[in-house]
Design a protein around this ligand. Structure first.
Ligand code: PMP
Ligand code: GLN
Length: 380
């Protein structure tokens, strides 16, 4: 068989989690919480199963869940999506991203991707026959920034879509109003679509607000906004999320969705719909994760790692160049095998080899897990 994705191997997250478990390392690599979700959420889902919500739901998702999603978006970002035609429940953000790309990108179309980029983006574009056009973030004293002048220069008559991700995996950077304004200037007067990966929307720290593209009507009119309940409710294994987009884009999205997976499992949708009635869990998330970030960051100040800014997500990047000249991949393997703490090399988020001496840690962990990792890291 001739591979459709010849350059793709096993994802770095699986590779590092396997090594972490072989070496009994503290796993700060793959992004997932090591604590359980709210028991009330489990009760809501199991209640839905016991109440007979076990057959196919409507193709775009359970109406009560789509309504709850639309209400949340309107309350927080002030944009009103019609749950009937503009919100589709997906099997995690990954499927939402792939489906948005498959419905919009034609063979030969260009999609601008900002690197470092989440590892599913480029393969998804390639599966659609699209051409990823890569623009790298700059790394300076303020951490990683998007060079909008270079994005503008990368636009061509074939540009179909620009993908953005804020809060950003792996760098933990967040887009500011000036970034959104720059993006708006670039797309104004064009037919370029925006695919906005906002899975960490509820993890923005130090009082800053998440700049969802849907806050801006001009951008909302051309955007697929993707989110994930896995991140927001500490249930990464449930693989459920959603895509919000104007009716015309959602109609095309649903054409692909219905023949890709048709729909998403029923009881989890009912359970989340019920759980979402209380906004407290997502409103409290910034403070919850900021405490973890601060604990981890303060502990790392006693190590030889240099800290990069961590304004959002549950990831924190560190510069290890004062410690080692190993490549990022080799350093992550060494750290896992010899020190007992797994991390992810940031080079895994680039298509071409790039070495900055930076690895990513995930701090979505219990305090004792973070303390154990810090004790080990302090020995280097
Ligand atoms: N986008 C980004 C930036 C992510 O970090 C993740 C989760 N690792 C996803 C998408 C995928 O989310 P899900 O697990 O809901 O498919
Ligand atoms: N999003 C998670 C991360 O960045 C991993 C998801 C996965 O394992 N595919 O670590």
């Amino acid at each position: 068989l001739q591979s459709r994705l010849p350059k793709v191997g096993t994802t770095i997250f699986t590779v590092m989690s396997t090594l972490a478990s072989e070496k009994s390392a503290v796993n700060l690599g793959q992004g997932f919480p090591d604590f359980d979700c709210d028991p009330a959420l489990v009760d809501a889902v199991s209640g839905a199963m016991k109440n007979g919500f076990n057959q196919y739901p409507p193709m775009p998702g359970v109406p009560a869940l789509r309504q709850a999603i639309a209400a949340k978006i309107e309350k927080i970002y002030g944009h009103s999506y019609d749950p009937a035609t503009e919100i589709t429940v997906t099997a995690g953000a990954t499927q939402g991203l792939l489906t948005a790309i498959m419905c919009a990108v034609h063979p030969g179309d260009e999609v601008i991707v900002i690197e470092p980029a989440y590892d599913s983006y480029v393969p998804s574009i390639e599966l659609a026959g699209g051409k990823p056009v890569l623009v790298q973030m700059t790394l300076g004293a303020d951490g990683y920034q998007v060079p909008w002048d270079r994005i503008a220069a990368a636009v061509s008559p074939r540009t179909r879509m620009i993908m953005i991700n804020s809060p950003h995996n792996p760098t933990g950077s967040v887009l500011k109003p000036a970034d959104i304004a720059a993006l708006k200037d670039i797309v104004r007067g064009t037919e370029i679509l925006i695919l906005s990966d906002e899975v960490y929307e509820h993890m923005v720290f130090d009082g800053a607000r998440h700049e969802s593209v849907c806050r801006d009507p001009e951008l909302a009119a051309r955007a697929f906004v993707v989110s994930s309940f896995g991140k927001t409710y500490h249930v990464t294994g449930w693989k459920i999320g959603y895509v919000a987009a104007p009716a015309m884009l959602s109609a095309e999205f649903r054409k692909v969705h219905q023949y890709n997976i048709f729909t998403v499992n029923t009881p989890v949708q009912h359970g989340i719909a019920q759980y979402m009635q209380d906004p407290a869990p997502y409103l409290e998330l910034p403070a919850f994760y900021q405490r973890k970030r601060d604990l981890f960051r303060d502990g790392l100040k006693h190590t030889r790692f240099k800290l990069l800014p961590a304004d959002g997500t549950y990831f924190l990047c560190v510069d290890y160049s004062a410690i080692s000249s190993l490549s990022e991949a080799d350093f992550a393997i060494w750290l896992t095998s010899e020190i007992g703490v797994a991390a992810i090399p940031v080079s895994a988020f680039y298509q071409s080899p790039r070495e900055s001496g930076i690895v990513r840690f995930c701090f979505a962990k219990q305090e004792q897990t973070l303390q154990q990792a810090l004790q080990r890291l302090a020995k280097i």
